[in-house]
Design a protein around this ligand. Sequence first.
Ligand SMILES: [Cu+2]
Length: 227
Amino acid sequence: MSIRGRFATVAVLFLVAVGLIVWSVAAFLTPGTPGGVVNFTDTQAAGQPVDLTVQTVGAIGSGAHPTWVSYLVKNPHTGSWIQDTTWELPAHRLIHMTVLQYDTGGPLRNQEWGQVQGTIGSTASLNGQPYSVYDSNAGNGVGHTFSVPGLNINVPLVGVSSSAQVCGAGPCATSSPHNTITFSFTTPGPGNYHWQCFVPCGLGYLFGNGGPMATQNYMGGFLDVVR
Ligand SMILES: [Cu+2]
């Protein structure tokens, strides 16, 4: 091969490499496909509390990342479980939230996240028992949190026993081992409030904070509060 031919080959390979790097960095920085918006504004008459039910699973079992941890929300109109973490809620309304937690847990890196904050009475209920703080170094630890930084809401979601027959793929049925966590909060005025899990549960990613922790419709989303 001539010098010119070799140079052209090296140049093409170099451009392909640069292209691949740019593409992978862009793909890493771009959040996953945003879902629709699950509408809770018309499920109750004006002034009535709104029920919001979600589940947290150790593996979503389908889609682009079947092994990723995820939240799922119960469609208030059809009752089916959907993977969409943008929830449209009415402003200045009492929200009764139920979390069915199917994942295992462990000790928190920051014990602060074991504290229930920002809910009515600064309390939540774990299988019917009220709690305001959970010691993640005891028992099954904490699997995930439901946290809305802009509203100072944080609820530690206690893990299930890893020795049990843990649900392998979402949506999980209540026949699988789970913890039922309930709490209430009041929505503020209209706005977009980011919510997320604060347990670095993105297994296999840098410090556990990539993958599902950084992608819409897995471990974070938005409370889309409207008038
Ligand atoms: Cu999580």
